[in-house]
Write a protein that binds this ligand. Structure first.
Ligand code: NAD
Length: 255
C-alpha cells in the first residue's frame, strides 16, 4: 500500500501540480469575469506556453524571449487612456485599481493576474515544474520569474495607447529608477504612434516633500519620445485612499 501511495505522490502530487492548480484556477477565475465560452481551452494553452518557456531549462538561463509564445498565445485587450504603470507603489496601486476600476495595471490583465506573487522554475533534464529552490530575483538576471515579468511588461507597455499613467513613490529620493522594470523595460517599449502621453502621479505622504521638480523625474522626461505629452502631479496618499473609499462617478476626478 505504501508503495502505491508513493507512486501516486510522484505521479499526481509531485512538484508542479500545485503550480498547475493555482495557474489554472486563477486563469479560469479571471476569464469568468469576461466569460468567454472557451476559457478552459485558453487556460490550457496558457499553461502549455507558460511551462514551455522554462521546463527542462537551467534556472539561470531563461531568456525573456522564452515567453514570446506565451505572450502571443493569450487574448490581449486594448486599454486606451486607462493603462497604469507603477514602480515601488505596488500596494496602493492595486488597492486603487481594484477599488475604483478606473485604470488597468499589468496585474489586472490575464497574464499578470495569474502569475502575480508566484515563484516557479524548472531543472535541467527534468520535465517537472518547481516552486521551491528557485533563484531569487537578483540571484541571476535570467531567472524564469524575472524574465517572465520583463517580457510581459514589455508587451504591456508596447500595447499602451492614448494617455497612460504611472504611479511613482514620492517618498523616495529617486522616484524614477532607470534600472527598475518601469525604467529599463516599460519606458523603452512605449510606442509613440499608439500612446499620446504619460501622466506621472507622484504618490506622497504628509511627512515628505515630494516634488515634480525631482531630478529623477527630469530624467524620465528626457527618456521619453518628445512626441509624448508629459505631465506630473503630486497626489497625497490620503487623497487616493479617499478615492478608493468613495470612488467618483467619473474616472479622472480622483486627482
Ligand atoms: P518595483 O521596483 O516596485 O518592482 C516590482 C516587483 O518586482 C516587486 O514587487 C518584486 O516582486 C519584484 N522585484 C523587483 N526588484 C526586486 C528585488 N531586488 N528583489 C526581489 N523582488 C524584486 O517596480 P518596477 O521594477 O518598476 O516594476 C513595476 C512595473 O513593471 C509595473 O509597471 C508592472 O507593470 C511591471 N512589473 C510587475 C511585477 C509584478 O510582480 N507584478 C514585477 C515586475 C515588473
Amino acid at each position: 500500500l505504501s508503495i502505491l501511495a508513493a507512486i501516486l505522490a510522484i505521479g499526481l502530487g509531485g512538484p508542479g501540480n500545485d503550480l498547475r492548480r493555482v495557474v489554472m484556477s486563477r486563469c479560469t477565475t479571471f476569464l469568468e469575469r469576461e466569460d468567454p465560452p472557451n476559457r478552459r481551452k485558453i487556460c490550457q494553452t496558457l499553461w502549455d506556453a507558460f511551462t514551455g518557456a522554462f521546463v527542462g531549462r537551467d534556472q539561470c538561463e531563461v531568456p525573456l524571449e522564452a515567453y514570446d509564445q506565451l505572450v502571443h498565445s493569450v487574448p490581449q485587450k486594448d486599454h486606451c487612456h486607462r493603462t497604469l504603470f507603477w514602480s515601488k507603489t505596488k500596494h496602493v496601486v492595486h488597492q486603487f485599481t481594484q477599488g475604483t476600476k478606473c485604470l488597468v495595471t499589468l496585474e489586472d490583465t490575464l497574464l499578470g493576474f495569474v502569475m502575480d506573487g508566484l515563484t516557479w522554475c524548472g531543472r535541467n533534464g527534468s520535465r517537472k515544474t518547481f516552486t521551491t529552490g528557485c533563484p531569487r530575483w537578483t540571484q541571476c538576471p535570467l531567472n524564469p520569474v524575472r524574465s517572465f515579468w520583463g517580457r510581459v511588461s514589455a508587451a504591456f507597455a508596447a500595447s499602451a495607447c492614448g494617455n497612460a499613467t504611472v504611479m511613482l513613490n514620492g517618498s523616495l529620493a529617486t522616484p524614477f529608477d532607470p534600472n527598475s522594470t518601469f525604467g529599463s523595460i516599460e519606458v523603452k517599449n512605449f510606442n509613440s504612434s499608439r500612446m499620446t502621453g504619460l501622466a506621472v502621479v507622484l504618490v506622497a505622504s504628509e511627512s515628505d516633500s515630494a516634488t515634480c521638480e525631482n531630478s529623477s523625474l527630469q530624467n524620465l522626461q528626457k527618456a521619453l519620445d518628445p512626441a509624448l505629452k508629459y505631465s506630473c502631479k503630486v497626489v497625497q496618499q490620503s487623497q487616493i485612499q479617499g478615492c478608493i473609499a468613495d470612488p467618483p462617478l467619473a474616472c479622472g476626478k480622483c486627482w
